[in-house]
Write a protein that binds this ligand. Structure first.
Ligand code: SF4
Length: 300
C-alpha cells in the first residue's frame, strides 16, 4: 500500500474516517483498487456496511483486520485511530469505555427521538462464556435501563437457570439500545447504526457462545435473511470485524471467535409456549458445547 501524497485527498479521507468514528465505526477494509486507480476515498468503506454471508464472514473479517493492521503499521492514515477500548485488558473497563463512547444521549439514529427514556446498554459478566443477544429494549427495559427485565426477561432468566447458570454468569445485550416505539421491530438503518456498539461489546467480552434470540438478532449478527426454521439447529462461526487473532480471551488464550446459535425470542415463546421444547433443544446444544451439565429438573 502506498502513502497518499495528495493533501486534499488525505484531508477528505480524514474527515470521512472521523465521521465514521463518530458513529462508533472503527473497522475498515480497503477494496482492491481498480486498474484505473479511482479515488482512494471511494475505496474505504466502513465494515458495518458490509453484509457478508456466513460462509465468507470469517474470511472477510480476517481481511479487514489484516488491512487495518497494515494501515496502522505503515502509519499512512494518521487519523485512523484504533477503537478507544483497544489494548484495555480488563473487559469491564473496556465495556465502560464503549458505554462512554456511545454517550448518555446518543442521537446517531432516529430511535433517539421516538420516545426512548434511556439507553439500554447491556448487563452481566464482562468475561462471560455465554452471551445472549436480543433485538431491542421493550417498555420495562426502557424504564429500568436493563435488557430483558420484563416478562420475556423472566422467561430468559428461567432458561438460564434451567441451563444450570445464573443471570449474572452471562452477558445480555441487544442489537439496538433504544426502545423502538410500540415495540415495533427495529428498522434496518437503526440496526446498522447501533450494531457496531454490540460488535464492540462482543469483541471485548469474547464469549465462547452467542445465542441470538429471535430472527432480528440472528439476521443482524449473521447477515442472513432466512426463516427461523432454517437458522436454528446449528452453530455458526462468528468473529466481529476488527478483532485480531492475537487478542486474548479471559482465559489468557487467543480468542478464535464465538460459536453462534439461534433460538426463539422469549417474547415469542410467551406467545407460543409450544415452542419452548424447541428452544430447549437449542440451549441443550449450547450446553453440550460449553460442557455444562444441567440440573436434574429443567424448568425452561
Ligand atoms: S438505538 Fe443505538 S444508535 Fe440509535 S439512538 Fe439509541 S443508542 Fe444511538
Amino acid at each position: 500500500m502506498s502513502a497518499i501524497a495528495d493533501p486534499n485527498l488525505r484531508r477528505a479521507l480524514a474527515e470521512r474516517i472521523r465521521y465514521y468514528n463518530e458513529l462508533g465505526i472503527y473497522d475498515f477494509y480497503r477494496r482492491q483498487p481498480p486498474s484505473n486507480n479511482a479515488a482512494a476515498v471511494a475505496e474505504v468503506e466502513p465494515a458495518a456496511s458490509a453484509v457478508p454471508q456466513p460462509e465468507s464472514r470469517e474470511e472477510m473479517s480476517a481481511r479487514k483486520s489484516a488491512v487495518l493492521a497494515t494501515v496502522v503499521e505503515e502509519n499512512i492514515f494518521e487519523v485512523l485511530h484504533p477503537k478507544p477500548e483497544y489494548g484495555v485488558a480488563d473487559p469491564a473497563a473496556a465495556l465502560q469505555i464503549i458505554r462512554e463512547d456511545l454517550g448518555e444521549d446518543c442521537t446517531r439514529c432516529k430511535l433517539h427521538k421516538q420516545g426512548r427514556k434511556q439507553i439500554v446498554f447491556g448487563v452481566g459478566n464482562p468475561r462471560a462464556e455465554l452471551m445472549f443477544v436480543g433485538e431491542g429494549p421493550g417498555a420495562d427495559e426502557d424504564a429500568q435501563g436493563e435488557p430483558f427485565v420484563g416478562r420475556a426477561g423472566q422467561l430468559l432468566n428461567n432458561m438460564i437457570k434451567a441451563m444450570g447458570l445464573r443471570r449474572e454468569d452471562v452477558y445480555i445485550a441487544n442489537v439496538v439500545k433504544c426502545r423502538p416505539p410500540g415495540n415495533r421491530t427495529p428498522e434496518r438503518d437503526e440496526c446498522e447504526t447501533c450494531s457496531p456498539f454490540l460488535m464492540r461489546q462482543i469483541a471485548v467480552t469474547k464469549p465462547k457462545v452467542i445465542v441470538a434470540l429471535g430472527a432480528v438478532a440472528a439476521k443482524n449478527l449473521l447477515a442472513i435473511n432466512a426463516p427461523m426454521a432454517e437458522l436454528r439447529g446449528r452453530f455458526y462461526d462468528f468473529m466481529p470485524a476488527g478483532v485480531r487473532s492475537s487478542d486474548l480471551s479471559s482465559s489468557g488464550k487467543p480468542w478464535p471467535g464465538a460459536r453462534l446459535a439461534v433460538t426463539y425470542h422469549p417474547a415469542f415463546l410467551l406467545r407460543d409456549p409450544r415452542q419452548k421444547g424447541e428452544a430447549w433443544k437449542d440451549l441443550q446444544m449450547v450446553m453440550k458445547y460449553l460442557g455444562i451439565t444441567p440440573p436434574k429438573k429443567a424448568d425452561a
